[in-house]
Design a protein around this ligand. Structure first.
Ligand code: SAH
Length: 218
């Protein structure tokens, strides 16, 4: 699949929409402008919708997050080059690509096996470096902890303890927390010491639920 001038034009318009909606982190806008989101749709019938500011189904009952949500969560993460980031919910791999293009070392976990394989292969094909794992994000990834940043891209009923533990002191987690199938509050959780965390709220969102265990257990 190709990235044409038409796609590039549509991305420019999307950047303006995001700017109007309040996204002002230029580095984040630059990578969204650079990455062909339509390649992450997996289904060619809907490519023309790739640059609308909307979430979209990607199979296995999951969605690729709305561009505004990706831009908003990424901005809250305050990404820095060479930081280690753990993403929960690889999904299409689009958010993974955004973090990687920002120069972060990305580790990402997906609980749906089919999606894990698809996004892993796509990222590899696009030569976007990221370590993709099939597993349950509630457990984090002890082998590669601690992380400078953790980004959860599914709606969590509570803050998973393992993720708090796997955050570096001085690190930040961005996580939508709230009732499953209701609204979630976007939280930033800053780890200020081994035992202290500072939590702030940044508005309401709706995500697909963060489920326990892998799809083997469904
Ligand atoms: N970052 C993705 C968003 C996908 S939607 C993107 O840019 O496309 C959220 C994803 O989280 C879904 O693919 C869902 O299967 C996954 N998910 C839900 N619970 C999970 C868990 N416990 N561990 C890992 N992934 C999970």
């Amino acid at each position: 699949m190709q990235d044409t001038l038409k796609h590039k034009g549509m991305r420019k318009k999307l950047i303006e929409v995001l700017r109007v909606k309040g996204i002002d982190n230029q580095m984040v806008l630059d990578v969204i402008n650079e990455i062909p989101r339509h390649l992450f749709f997996f289904d060619t019938a809907f490519l023309h919708l790739a640059y609308e500011d909307k979430a979209f189904p990607i199979g296995s009952g999951q969605t690729i997050s709305q561009p505004f949500t990706v831009a908003f969560q990424t901005s809250l993460l305050n990404p820095k080059k060479r930081e280690k980031v753990l993403e929960i919910g690889t999904g299409s791999g689009y958010q993974t690509a955004v973090l990687s293009k920002l120069g972060m070392k990305v580790f990402t976990i997906e609980r749906q096996h089919a999606l894990h394989l698809k996004s892993r292969d796509l990222l590899e094909e696009m030569r976007i470096p990221a370590r993709c794992f099939y597993g349950d994000g509630y457990a984090g990834k002890t082998a590669f902890a601690p992380f400078d940043k953790i980004l959860v891209t599914c709606g969590a009923p509570k803050i998973p303890d393992a993720l708090k533990e796997q955050l570096k002191v001085g690190g930040r987690m961005v996580i939508p927390v709230g009732e499953v199938n209701g609204v979630q509050h976007m939280l930033t959780i800053d780890k200020v010491s081994e035992t202290e965390y500072v939590t702030e709220e940044h508005g309401d969102f709706q995500f697909v639920p963060m489920l326990e265990r892998t799809d083997n257990a469904d």
